[in-house]
Design a protein around this ligand. Structure first.
Ligand SMILES: [Zn+2]
Length: 283
């Protein structure tokens, strides 16, 4: 694995605010910035984002998503060994005590019409492989290795996997043909989240829905844990949504919000869940 100095030899882009387009290059980075990765809070709209993410080619080559989780574990173990060990133990206890409801499967069966279901950043295709038979799986995965594994995994479901970026993948799907789109722990990685949402909207048929799960920057844990918060991942996470900014961005491309209640964005949880719908033509 490369050191951060070597990694910075990849071309970094200097991003403007992905929400409102403001140039924040002259303002002071947030204290949550880490090594060469600068987080900015937009001077106009307050959206928090990574200003200098690596380009897509670097994502594929060096920061492929299968590595992101590992990178965070390594960082936590090295920099905060006590928190790291405590949080691992706590997770084990919690898993033992609470059998959590399957939030994704529940939403899929409640909100997705039968037909094609796209999983963006599908990894090895585990979730798509478990979809009920009323759905036809379509994966999009930027990592070629994971896309290859997913293709194998989905071969008996007649599923297809596109080894492409999310925007390339969604724009290659015929417009108005998809029943459901899963963006689970994905939108926080996308450098052009508004474009991605707008391609998702186009790909969906009227009445189709998107399920979105992202870390909640407004969660109490972020305020308490500061830069040890599990939502901070460098340089993988490039957008830090609050309930308000997520809703505004999703609605700005034409979606209507189907489900985003108090418990979908509860301040004690690190993540939030939204279901957004492409309205039917007659409604
Ligand atoms: Zn902004």
């Amino acid at each position: 694995m490369k050191t951060s100095q070597e990694a910075s030899s990849f071309n970094s882009l200097l991003r403007k605010c992905p929400r409102c387009g403001a140039d924040n290059s002259s303002i002071t980075p947030l204290v949550y910035s880490w090594h060469e990765w600068t987080l900015k809070s937009c001077i106009i709209c307050k959206f928090v984002y990574l200003e200098n993410p690596p380009g897509y080619e670097a994502l594929v080559a060096e920061y492929a998503w299968e590595r992101n989780h590992g990178d965070r574990s390594v960082r936590m173990r090295k920099e905060y060994p006590f928190t790291y060990n405590f949080s691992r133990l706590w997770k084990k206890i919690r898993r033992f005590l609470i059998r959590k409801p399957n939030k994704l499967a529940n939403r899929v069966s409640k909100f997705f019409l039968p037909g094609v279901v796209v999983d963006i950043g599908c990894g090895t295709g585990d979730y798509l492989a478990k979809l009920p038979n009323t759905y036809q799986p379509l994966g999009i995965e930027i990592s070629e290795e994971l896309a290859r594994l997913a293709t194998e995994r989905l071969s008996d479901r007649k599923g297809k996997v596109l080894a492409m970026s999310a925007i390339e993948g969604l724009s290659s799907v015929p417009e108005g043909t998809v029943s459901g789109i899963i963006m689970r722990s994905f939108l926080e990685h996308e450098q052009q989240p508004v474009d991605l949402l707008s391609f998702a909207w186009k790909a969906l048929r009227p009445g189709g829905s998107a399920i979105i799960k992202v870390p909640n920057y407004d969660s109490i844990n972020r305020k308490v844990m500061g830069n040890r918060w599990c939502g901070f991942r460098f340089p993988g996470h490039v957008n830090y949504f609050t309930p308000e900014s997520l809703q505004e961005m999703v609605e700005s491309v034409g979606f209507s919000i189907k489900s985003f209640g108090v418990f979908d964005r509860f301040y004690l949880s690190d993540n939030m869940w939204m279901v957004a719908n492409k309205p039917r033509l007659d409604s």
